[in-house]
Design a protein around this ligand. Structure first.
Ligand SMILES: NC(=O)c1ccc[n+]([C@@H]2O[C@H](COP(=O)([O-])OP(=O)(O)OC[C@H]3O[C@@H](n4cnc5c(N)ncnc54)[C@H](O)[C@@H]3O)[C@@H](O)[C@H]2O)c1
Ligand SMILES: [Zn+2]
Length: 368
């Protein structure tokens, strides 16, 4: 199997905002309540956030919601991936029940991908689905998880195994909200930005090249992040359920998921694992998909300049464990590992025909 994907076309005007109205800006949190009303929500607003995000950002969010008459309520959970669980969801269901949340109400996820996935899963299933709104506060959530409708919780046997597609009616991205995010988290989110540029947009890749995201001013940050999220919007518009081009967004993720699972969740941030995974996928692309080696080097240098890991390094699981784990990935079909490779920047090849010995050799080359 070999399938080629080219960048998706712009979302047509008559489909704009469907299913998700995407509002992007710098310092726009005060408009949240009115935006939710324009999205057709008439009931109450139930805000879900982790404790540290709530401390920093809930006051402005609640003020905006209250001034639009949405009678907000807030619930918090402990920060971290462990909260994205069935137990975490059960606590939120109990809270919504106690609040007598109704069909016309909405759930708002305020925070990173954990709040988005957990809050989204609860919104998808409470009363068989209520309106959902995302207000991302991490770079990763701004460029990736807050658009596209994937929601999930983890099980002890693996990540994201229980979930639903439930696109937000509104995603409001205020880049100011990412201020105060630890540098390591900023860089991890940036990895997804570099990924998006690599698969779809040579010009954007040029804009990201040589930059350390922790020193980018907020105006430029806003422009770059919007360019990235618009690519995600286009992609999921064409392929909402990941039956085609959406798989291209998994560039670097075959190995990333294996690293995260074998190193123990939490050793590497997701974006850090994706950075190493992209180095592996880039080297495979040079050897298997005809990617120009100088482009491959450029991509690796772009990751390194952003302060992201480009080698497995200390704390990495053994190669055998990584290889074994790639066989468990959701992208495996009929026992064959599907790789997302690059023939060029902006030309993706999805293939299950990569020689396992080549994979082994490339993994070894990144293991220093
Ligand atoms: N649904 C999707 O399409 C999708 C895509 C990619 C990732 N994800 C999921 O996203 C999750 C990771 O998301 P994440 O990296 O945003 O993690 P996260 O939500 O846990 O946030 C990371 C940390 O940053 C803190 N934080 C968040 N915003 C902050 C701010 N503005 N200032 C200071 N601290 C802040 C949080 O408290 C947390 O400790 C994973 O569970 C992953 O599976 C989902
Ligand atoms: Zn990712």
């Amino acid at each position: 199997m070999n399938v080629e994907y080219l960048p998706p076309p712009p979302v047509p005007d008559d489909a704009s905002g469907i299913p998700t109205r995407l509002v992007f800006g710098d310092g726009i949190v005060a408009t949240l309540g009115e935006e939710i009303r324009s999205a057709g929500v008439t009931g109450r607003a139930f805000v879900v956030a982790d404790e540290s995000v709530a401390r920093a950002h809930a006051p402005a969010v609640l003020t905006s919601l209250a001034s639009s008459g949405l009678r907000p309520e807030l619930v918090t959970f402990p920060p971290g991936e462990a909260s994205k669980s069935l137990e975490g969801a059960a606590r939120l269901f109990a809270w919504l029940g106690a609040q007598r949340a109704e069909r016309r109400d909405c759930v708002i996820a305020l925070g990173g991908g954990v709040a988005g996935d957990l809050g989204g899963f609860v919104a998808a299933t409470w009363l068989r689905g209520v309106a959902f709104v995302q207000v991302p506060t991490t770079v990763l959530a701004m460029v990736d998880s807050s658009v596209g409708g994937k929601t999930a919780v983890n099980l002890p046997v693996g990540k994201n195994l229980v979930g639903a597609f439930h696109p937000p009616v509104l995603t409001l991205i205020d880049v100011q909200m990412a201020r105060g995010l630890p540098p390591r988290e900023v860089r991890a989110g940036w990895a997804e930005a570099i990924k998006t540029a690599a698969i779809f947009d040579p010009t954007l890749l040029g804009d990201l090249e040589g930059r350390d995201p922790t020193t980018v001013d907020s105006k430029l940050m806003a422009r770059l992040l919007e360019a990235v999220v618009r690519w995600k919007e286009r992609t999921v518009h064409v392929d909402p359920k990941e039956r085609g081009i959406r798989i291209a967004l998994n560039f670097g993720h075959t190995v990333a998921h294996a690293i995260e699972a074998t190193a123990g969740y939490g050793t590497f941030l997701h974006g850090e694992a994706v950075a190493i995974g992209m180095v592996v996928a880039t080297r495979l692309s040079v050897r298997h998909a005809g990617l120009d080696p100088t482009i491959g080097d450029r991509l690796e240098r772009t990751l390194a300049a952003a302060g992201l890991p480009v080698r497995f390094g200390a704390g990495a699981p053994p190669i055998d464990a990584i290889v074994a784990r790639t066989g468990f990935d959701k992208k495996v079909e009929a026992g064959r590992v599907r790789w997302v490779l690059l023939a060029e920047i902006g030309r993706v090849i999805v293939t299950d025909e990569v020689d396992p010995e080549l994979v082994q050799a490339v993994l070894e080359s990144v293991y220093v």
